[in-house]
Design a protein around this ligand. Structure first.
Ligand SMILES: [Zn+2]
Length: 297
């Protein structure tokens, strides 16, 4: 009798181990788009504001035809004006996979009276949070934490002003009003998450609207400080961002920095399906977004 119980327990262990292996070995598929920047206003230079609705519908149709684990918007859902959310937000409900928004500077280009209610309208309790999918963690940062558009407490204002003053003093030009930064409290939270992920053997991708080292003056206020923190954790494999519409890619000290191209620019669409396996991140670009195969450290 004992032998039967032992044999059954052993078989159970084998089945359990197989299912854990199958779960962890199974690739993760996510959808990414950024800077949809919809506005019911005339086109300006290469920005086709109204066309963003058609592009978004096409992106939703493609994403829904794929088996995705999650979809992330990397910020700037609208260009400005609260009423433009009326056309955008109901569309997000059509995604079949869970949808997670990252906040951008334009998202707060709305009248002062609406700013405190934005998070609630987006279904967020906080702009920074973490999404775990099997053995990967997606850490979403709120680059509007220190900002010239999002509501600021006295402490945030003083942190922001100190950072921006230091940037100008050292001739770094990412202190522009259209950029943003990560406050001390969020930085502390991030460090805790990274430590937890490292201890649990979770691999990490960080997502934020603002690039770290993209071209032009579109980088996060405290890009260097954030990067220094991230490189200290070998579990961090990539950093995904938007904001700089022309896009960019760099590999720095083993971390892939992928700046996805803005959907609003040019008549062509731009979004991507990202497949994450044990040893690589495969980006399948649609429209203007290039496809890439990135090996992970
Ligand atoms: Zn932006």
């Amino acid at each position: 009798m004992n032998c039967i119980f032992n044999c059954l327990a052993f078989l159970n262990l084998i089945v359990f181990s197989f299912s854990v292996y199958a779960q962890e070995g199974k690739p993760i598929h996510i959808g990414i788009f950024t800077d949809c920047q919809y506005c019911d206003c005339p086109d300006k230079e290469i920005r086709f504001y109204r066309l963003s609705l058609t592009k978004l519908d096409s992106c939703i149709e493609t994403f829904n035809s794929l088996q995705l684990d999650a979809i992330f918007s990397l910020g700037d859902m609208i260009d400005h004006k609260w009423s433009n959310y009326d056309a955008i937000l109901p569309r997000f409900k059509h995604f079949r996979a869970p949808f997670y928004p990252v906040l951008g500077n334009h998202d707060y280009m709305i009248k002062k009276q609406y700013k405190p209610t934005l998070m609630n309208r987006l279904g967020l309790s906080r702009g920074y949070y973490r999404v775990d999918i099997r053995n990967w963690s997606f850490i979403i940062l709120d680059g509007d934490d220190l900002s010239y558009f999002a509501p600021q407490t006295k402490m945030q204002k003083s942190e922001r002003d100190d950072l921006v003053n230091d940037l100008y003093a050292s001739m770094r030009f990412n202190g522009m009003i259209w950029n943003g930064g990560i406050g001390g409290e969020q930085m502390k939270w991030l460090k805790e998450q990274l430590t937890e992920c490292q201890d649990a053997g979770q691999k990490v991708i960080v997502l934020c609207h603002f690039p770290l080292f993209s071209q032009g003056n579109h980088n996060l206020f405290n890009n260097k400080e954030l990067f220094t923190l991230l490189v200290g954790f070998p579990s961090v494999k990539a950093y995904f961002d938007g904001h700089y519409h022309a896009g960019n890619y760099q590999q720095k000290q083993g971390i892939h920095l992928v700046n996805f191209r803005g959907m609003v620019d040019t008549p062509l669409n731009s979004f991507a399906e990202v497949t994450i396996t044990a040893d690589s991140i495969l980006i399948r670009g649609y429209g203007r977004e290039p496809s890439r195969r990135l090996g992970i450290r």
